[in-house]
Write a protein that binds this ligand. Structure first.
Ligand code: 5GP
Ligand code: SF4
Ligand code: MG
Length: 457
């Protein structure tokens, strides 16, 4: 998912949030929502679909609106339903809050069960509602204390943007799994965004990343920082750099583009593959493919064309939808690949659906050989921290060796980037402060290796 927040007394907070969510669209395409307040009223508009579909007719607006939070959703827990869209908005004894959550809580089911036993009613099936209820039930006096108390009870992965009638609040879990950054516009408006591309789009300057285990609160007095769990082991998601984030974003001081480019170079060195041309599976494989070409000296050519009007195929909740989506999404250019030995670069193999179909497509278009290079190690284990690879039986690398996967996708050769190689590609990050669990099963949270919340899996 993607989360966003704006605090401003001069600028159009809902308009900026709309733009921010548009820039974060790659983080989730199932639903979108914007909540706004004018300091007294609070309102939320949510819907299924893309940002420009949900707000096709109107971006929500209030006369003296001064805070907004927004969300784009990629469902990992709870089904893809209107009732499960965010931001969540609740009235509680202390006032109103709206909350947008990116991530997955690993102990949501337990907490939810306990709260239900005590009479709490849940209106959605998403784990984020647990946080809202904890905040509402807290006996602490200030909203800051209420939130911190709640965050200390939940485990797992969360980046939150929260608003009350007069505060914009951002929080990042102690491991720092997902990104969250802070920016400021020329007019002095504060922005919270999952990625820096959401700052660029509104012309805001990057101020800094919200730190793992830090809560930031913005109100009329400016910004205050509340570190609430800074000693815990960090575990930034390496997959953000491989696939999830946009290449023009910088997360925790590491450019995503640079990381992907290096992954491509490293792949060229590790695999030693030779061929006539390097092609990418657009768009997610493109940066690594250019790195491969740069390192190997083999020309990068566009061999596959992507239909621009289609979103990310993986982020489609059912396998059937994903299947048709691949054909609709990509087509090979015969004049480019015919008679050629092709090196095809993609970022990851999850279920093997995409790669298998594309290899076939390339052969049908006349490629004489297809060597597949993947800029991540084999994904053998599920993610419980907000990326939908939690269906272990569907992960092809959970049950098949590299050689068996090669055979399954019908490639002449197949190489996956090694974990060691991957680590070299993110020089600005501390290798030990990252999560690689979907590759090596070293889950960074003690009891993290279990299905999240009320996940249907
Ligand atoms: P597969 O067909 O192997 O299941 O999916 C691999 C493709 O899905 C790659 O091209 C990758 O870019 C894309 N993809 C989209 N979303 C995700 C995601 O959340 N995780 C992973 N690992 N790959 C994804
Ligand atoms: Fe990221 Fe993989 Fe860790 Fe999940 S398990 S947080 S996808 S590195
Ligand atoms: Mg892809």
């Amino acid at each position: 998912c993607g989360v966003y927040g704006v605090y401003s007394h001069t600028e159009d907070v809902s308009g900026l949030t709309y733009l921010g969510l548009y820039a974060l669209q790659h983080r989730g395409q199932e639903s979108a929502g914007i909540a706004i307040t004018d300091g007294a009223w609070m309102d939320v508009t949510r819907g299924m679909g893309l940002v420009n579909e949900v707000f096709r007719h109107q971006v929500p607006h209030m006369e003296n609106q001064c805070i907004a939070v927004g969300h784009v959703r990629y469902s990992t827990t709870g089904s893809s339903l209107l009732a499960n869209t965010q931001p969540l908005l609740v009235n509680y004894a202390g006032g109103k809050i709206a909350l947008a959550h990116n991530g997955n809580l690993t102990n949501a089911a337990e907490i939810r069960h306990e709260l239900e036993q005590q009479g709490t009613i849940f209106q959605t099936s998403i784990d984020s509602e647990v946080i809202v209820n904890l905040i509402a039930r807290s006996h602490k006096e200030t909203i800051e204390e209420r939130i911190i108390e709640s965050l200390k009870m939940v485990k797992g992965c969360y980046c939150l943007t929260i608003m009350t009638e007069d505060k914009l609040i951002g929080a990042r879990d102690p491991q720092g799994f997902r990104p969250l950054c802070l920016g400021k516009t020329e007019e002095g408006s504060w922005i919270l965004s999952s990625e820096t591309c959401g700052l660029d789009v509104v012309g805001a300057e990057f101020v800094r990343d919200v730190l793992p285990g830090e809560m930031v609160v913005i109100d009329k007095d400016g910004l205050k920082s509340y570190p609430f769990a800074t000693d815990e082991k960090k575990a930034g998601c390496i997959f953000e750099y491989i696939y999830f984030a946009r290449p023009d974003s910088v997360i925790d001081g590491q450019s995503v583009h640079e990381a992907r480019f290096q992954m491509g170079r490293e792949l060229a060195r590790e695999s030693g593959f030779k061929g006539d041309i390097v092609i990418s599976v657009p768009d997610s494989g493109t940066t690594a493919a250019t790195g491969f070409a740069y390192e190997s000296g083999i020309p990068f050519v566009e061999g596959l064309i992507k239909n621009r009007y289609i979103g990310r195929t993986f982020i489609q909740p059912t396998q059937k939808k994903r299947d048709t989506a691949v054909k609709l999404k990509l087509n090979a250019i015969r004049s480019v690949v015919e008679g050629k030995s092709v090196i095809m670069v993609d970022d990851s193999i999850v279920r093997g659906t995409t790669s298998g179909k594309i290899v076939r497509m390339l052969r049908n278009a006349g490629a004489t050989a297809v060597h597949v290079c993947i800029s991540s190690p084999p994904i053998g284990y599920p993610c419980f921290y907000g990326i939908d690879t939690s269906v272990r039986k569907e992960l092809i690398a959970a049950t098949k060796s590299v050689e068996e996967i090669r055979e399954f996708i019908g490639a002449d050769s197949l190489h996956f980037l090694s974990i060691e190689g991957l680590k070299k590609c993110v020089p600005n990050l501390k290798a030990d402060d990252m999560c690689y669990a979907c590759f090596n099963s070293a889950y960074p949270i003690e009891d993290g290796a279990k299905p999240a919340g009320n996940s249907k899996y």
